[in-house]
Design a protein around this ligand. Structure first.
Ligand SMILES: Cc1cc2nc3c(=O)[nH]c(=O)nc-3n(C[C@H](O)[C@H](O)[C@H](O)COP(=O)(O)O)c2cc1C
Length: 384
């Protein structure tokens, strides 16, 4: 099976697993500790049922979605995913290109392999920049200014990495630092010739493009990664920092990784424009709830004051519809476009989008919904 034959996101995942060395696939897939949170993110969607309404003219269906006064073609965008170049060289450039063509947002990761400036040359339209606070705050202030100068539309502050966690597959693989490979790992990688060819052709592991500047003229991959690891996570980041980012960044400010309603209230107090309810795809706090489990309550309380978005475990168009019914304005997908990238590069990412768009459209028709604005909890079966 190749990416063109993939019928759903799970097919793309199978192809990605086949094409990537174990070390890279595990790094992509990894949740923290027992991976309870990771599993729950996907499984929770299976517990919801959509209650269809029939005998409605569904000939015309509209999945365009207005977010921050901008009309996107679909209600989903690409979540920030660091070191995406490990799964497909140039993956971040591809994500930017597809987000431009498909008219959906792309959140470039602060741990990306490409630089802010390289991505902005491809597209700053629809591109948002995600930051992790740095112990040396001057670095993150400089990145914020660079993202602004590059024309990025929004700043996303990820707050759910206050500390590094145990991703046990990485530890077992001897691969806690994604840029350095042990000989044994390299040998397993040899059984994935397409990937290893790209690796050798590009002279080894990809660097962290936005960070080389701070290392100096002799920056290489190892020195750059060392500087990142020394600075992130910044265990001393607090709400005062959010206030400082707000003063510095005049465009849309979004806080990602929020689960607690009290924290949503604080985001509003800090004049943030949006929150992404997220548990980092189950990669941080293993005993965290799924964002879907806290969404309805948060949306009921705060949706008139701040845009509420959500990510985690989305693999189907129907998952997206359920999130919208529960009160999300928009959703983000992390692993799904990475499966697409690993399976088929640029076209594989496009296949991810096509699959989800088609599933959204079919589910809308099936439940009698002609515009996503109509969705509410009333479309969910009462036993949910
Ligand atoms: C390989 C990988 C790298 C990630 N890197 C980042 C990152 O750099 N910054 C960030 O805020 N979130 C990061 N995340 C979390 C995603 O933004 C998102 O919250 C999560 O993947 C959503 O869950 P899903 O993968 O089930 O869609 C990463 C996730 C994955 C799988």
């Amino acid at each position: 099976m190749n990416y063109k034959q993939a019928v759903n996101i799970y097919d793309l995942r199978k192809i990605a697993k086949r094409k990537l060395p174990k070390i890279a696939f595990d790094f992509l897939e990894n949740g923290a500790e027992d991976e309870i949170c990771y599993g729950n993110n996907e499984n929770i969607y299976k517990e919801y049922k959509l209650l269809p309404k029939y005998l409605i003219d569904i000939t015309k269906r509209n999945q365009k979605t207005l977010l921050f006064n901008k009309l996107y073609s679909s209600p989903f965008g690409f979540a920030p995913t660091g070191t995406a170049g490990l799964f497909k060289r140039g993956a971040e450039k591809m994500l930017a290109e597809i987000s431009n063509k498909e008219n959906i947002p792309y959140i470039m990761s602060g741990a990306a392999n490409e630089s802010i400036e390289t991505i902005s040359e491809i597209s700053s339209k629809n591109t948002w920049y995600q930051i992790y606070a740095t112990l040396d705050r001057e670095i993150i202030y400089d990145q914020i200014d660079r993202a602004d100068k590059a024309g990025f539309e929004a700043l996303v502050v990820t707050v759910d990495v206050p500390i590094r966690t145990k991703r046990e597959k990485n530890i077992r693989n001897g691969f806690s630092n994604s840029q350095r490979m042990k000989p044994s790992i390299f040998l397993e990688a040899l059984t994935h010739p397409g990937w290893i060819y790209e690796y050798i052709k590009n002279g080894g592991p990809p660097t962290m493009g936005s960070w080389t500047k701070y290392v100096g003229p002799n920056a290489n991959v190892n020195k750059t990664v060392d500087l990142f690891v020394k600075n992130v996570p910044a265990t001393n980041q607090t709400w005062d920092d959010i206030v400082k980012y707000r003063k510095r960044w005049k465009k849309k400010l979004i806080i990602k990784g929020i689960l607690n309603p009290d924290d949503v209230k604080k985001c509003i107090d800090c004049e943030a424009d949006g929150v992404i309810l997220s548990n980092h795809g189950g990669r941080q706090l293993d005993k965290a709830p799924s964002p879907i489990q806290v969404l309805a309550n948060i949306s009921d309380c705060y949706r008139d004051k701040i845009e509420i978005m959500v990510d985690g475990g989305i693999r189907r168009g129907s998952d997206i519809i359920i999130a919208l019914c529960l009160g999300a304005k928009f959703v983000f997908i992390g692993r799904a476009p990475l499966y697409g990238a690993a399976a088929g590069g640029l076209e594989g990412i496009k296949r991810t989008c096509d699959i989800l768009k088609e599933e959204i459209d079919q589910n809308m028709g099936q439940i009698g919904c002609t515009d996503l604005d109509q969705l509410s909890k009333q479309w969910l079966h009462k036993n949910n």
